[in-house]
Design a protein around this ligand. Sequence first.
Ligand code: HEC
Length: 505
Amino acid sequence: MSVAKTLTVVAVAAAFSAGMYLGASQDVPVNITASSGGASYGGGFKKDAEPVKIAGKSAVIERSTAGQTHVINPGDLIMDAVKLANPGDTIQVMPGSYHETVYIDKDDIRLVGVIKEGKRATLDGQGKLNDAVLYSGNNIVVENLLITKYKGNAIMGQAGNNFEIRNNIIIDTGVYGIFPQLGKNGIVSHNVISGIEDAAIYVGMSDNIQVSHNEVFDSVAGIEIENSRHAIVENNYVHNNTGGILAFITPGLPIKTTFDVIIRNNFVVNNNHVNFGAPGSMVAGIPSGVGVLIMAADEVIVEGNIITGNKTAGIIITDHHSAPNATIDPESDPSPDRVMILDNLMDNNGYDAHDMVKAYMLTQFKQGNPDIVRIGESKDSCIINRHRYVTVGIDHWAQCDFTNTHSVVTYILDEPVAPRVISPQERGEVAYLGICTGCHTYTGRMIGPPMQTIQAMYMNRPQDLADWIAKPTKIRPDYPEMPPQNYLDKETRLAVANYILGLKK
Ligand code: HEC
């Protein structure tokens, strides 16, 4: 498998880089020029208009340069610097190998890998550790790292607002690559991610998000916008995944909607990887060969993408009733309404479509290989230039009365949103929303078993539940192992246990 091959190459590179930068001047901070803000290339003509905010480049927050810089060398623990750091500080990690989980529960911290002559600071979980970087603070930056061989997540945000995750290389880090959960106002850009069992980039239960200029490949899902609103996914290169770009609602999560998602100007090419998702998980139900999948999400705009070589279909629009592995949540509208398909280049899709799709096409008197397939209900959706594509199920869609999204530059807000402040009473709830719902829903199987089942098992035994999650053991043969949550303090573990046992939906 090509993932394995890539890994060997990286392992060699990591071994080579380790220990190379232990020279005398190692503790002097490098002068890093910020890649966001500042002057822009003016181009060949004079721009006299007001300065324009450029999508994906705008700073989520004005960062002070007054903080301290902590320099970490191979042999040191990044976590030691996190413990010392105050809000406003930068942690510079020098090239070399590090084997740890970094947990940032403070605001305004910048975790920067120093790249020297192509050598990166490498977080290597050696196939044993679960997570590389977890943050629950606000205004966090994580950049320029190489992260590999973890079992859970490379970078997971747990309820932090105003985040920037960029320029990271992530290879084979388990369930998710970059996973901001329950965050508002954040940017994921210029990352290269491969070999992920669920989603390379998973935006979960978040708002005002920009996902741009990333390369995602050799994963089950490339980019997932899930139970989230006001997201732009643009200028990404999404290839050789099982499914390329997904906008959907997972039923059974505490936040029930996905809407206002713009998927534009991406390359969505040859997403025909065999599905290696955890059995029973939502993504395990994605047929290999899907370019863009819209499930139950509303107001999704697909514009200006190059969608080619996806063997099942270029774009699939479906409801919860028609999706494998989806349970029905009475509080989530199961149908994808107001989907808008503007101009896209689609070619050579659907050449190995599912028998069910072929049979469906026959009933609709359609021939050829499908670019666009709609299954189940979808109200008030529209398309322009439908004649260009082989379609099934959208003949009754209206013609859209607009042709582009140019007026929407970005959904990143002009002002950073207030940091999320968590009162002691909310601790259990926020931990549940920010962490556990990454893998558990209330009613259905996700990565882990449904919370309803867990409630029945642990009724009146919150302390046992709290103890188990600190040191989980392998229980169910048909599920992966759960990652330990021992980075959470005792009180938070008990609070989340109590919260879960009281859940009603
Ligand atoms: C990365 C995915 C993931 C995350 C995050 C996660 N879990 Fe799990 N959880 C699992 C999996 C997978 C299992 C099934 C493990 C098994 O049966 O071997 C599981 C099982 C459980 C169980 C069942 C234990 C038993 O005795 O059968 C409990 C309780 C649980 N999780 C609680 C939590 C809590 C609380 C959180 C949040 C703090 C959480 N989980 C976060 C994946 C996850």
